[in-house]
Ligand binder design. Structure first.
Ligand SMILES: Cc1ncc(COP(=O)(O)O)c(C=O)c1O
Length: 304
């Protein structure tokens, strides 16, 4: 966090320490807020935002599912993100736009309240700290992943993250780094804030979006990169036990990027280290996000 930087709040730049909202904000009490997590990377041609258009589309879809009427268009918000990066003179950062029902009328119904939007930036280099190529240690959470019978899980809504936060707390209090979540059918869905992949016999496998996993932008990028590298992949359900004897398991997400798992429920995976295919994908991903791969430059929005 950088308390010198500016935060965009409903069209105005506000000093970090003044970016405050009312304690009776609807989104705080009833979790009626949706957000995005986006990254901007340093490249030879200046800072570039990775897959901005896809993130903006997902944000607007999340708003739609929560019946939010935004004061800003997709173009306005895209420009606001770019302006926020420019004004903060930052080259490499995590970007957090959030839209929320604001202060006005208390009660479960959010509709009488205005929808506000803010955009904050910070550097988030290693959101789950691992050393070298050592994999994360994880457990299966005892919390079942919420599903679309209860909440629109393809909305990136703060409400969903209560489920994620409880699973992450469980992992940390159990002495490991992260938790993997199962869906209502007992199949593997995702991490608390990342999609999941396994490798078996050189084939990359990830659960379908219908499993309840977020339609992750890093997930879809990894699938495109795999195709480009000639790595075969399958999108199918994964059972809990398949992960225990997988050749490699890794998580993907904007904050996490591509992060390997070296241990699940005390069972060692891939000698506890980042495996061969995850390493290939990681290397290619870093080249792409830093603007060093012509074929994938279309995924970058350059700031200058
Ligand atoms: C629950 C969940 N799944 C998956 C992801 C990965 O999505 P993305 O790659 O778009 O960041 C996230 C990240 O925000 C998440 O919160």
């Amino acid at each position: 966090m950088n308390d010198k930087s500016k935060i965009w709040m409903d069209g105005k730049f506000v000093d970090w320490n003044d970016a405050k909202i009312h304690v009776l904000t609807h989104g705080l009490h009833y979790a009626t807020a949706v957000f995005e997590g986006i990254r901007c990377y340093k490249t030879k041609e200046g800072p570039a935002i990775f897959r901005l258009e896809e993130h903006m589309k997902r944000l607007l879809n999340s708003c739609k599912m929560y019946h939010m009427t935004l004061q800003y268009s997709e173009k306005d918000l895209t420009e606001a993100i770019i302006e926020t990066i420019k004004i903060n003179k930052i080259k490499d950062c995590y970007i957090r736009p959030i839209c929320y029902y604001g202060y006005g009328k208390m009660g479960v119904n959010p509709l009488p309240n205005k929808v506000s939007t803010s955009i904050a930036l910070w550097t988030w280099e290693d959101h789950i700290h691992t050393v070298g190529n050592k994999g994360m240690r994880v457990i299966f959470s005892s919390w079942t992943r919420i599903d679309s019978k209860s909440l629109p899980i393809h909305a990136k809504a703060t409400a969903n993250y209560a489920n994620s936060a409880l699973a992450r707390i469980e992992a940390i209090k159990s002495g490991v780094d992260e938790a993997i979540m199962l869906n209502m059918s007992g199949m593997v869905v995702e991490g608390t804030a990342e999609n999941i992949f396994m490798v078996k016999d050189e084939i990359l496998i990830t659960p379908p979006i219908t499993s309840g996993a977020l339609d992750g932008i890093t997930r879809s990028s990894v699938l495109s990169i795999a195709e480009h590298l000639g790595i075969n992949f399958q999108i199918r359900d994964i059972s809990r036990d398949e992960l225990y004897y997988a050749d490699e398991v890794f998580l993907t997400g904007t904050a996490a990027e591509i992060k390997s798992i070296g241990e699940i429920d005390k069972i060692i995976i891939s000698n506890g280290k980042t495996g061969k295919i995850a390493t290939k994908l990681q290397n290619s991903y870093y080249q792409i996000v830093h603007g060093n791969n012509e074929k994938f430059k279309k995924w970058l929005t350059y700031i200058n």
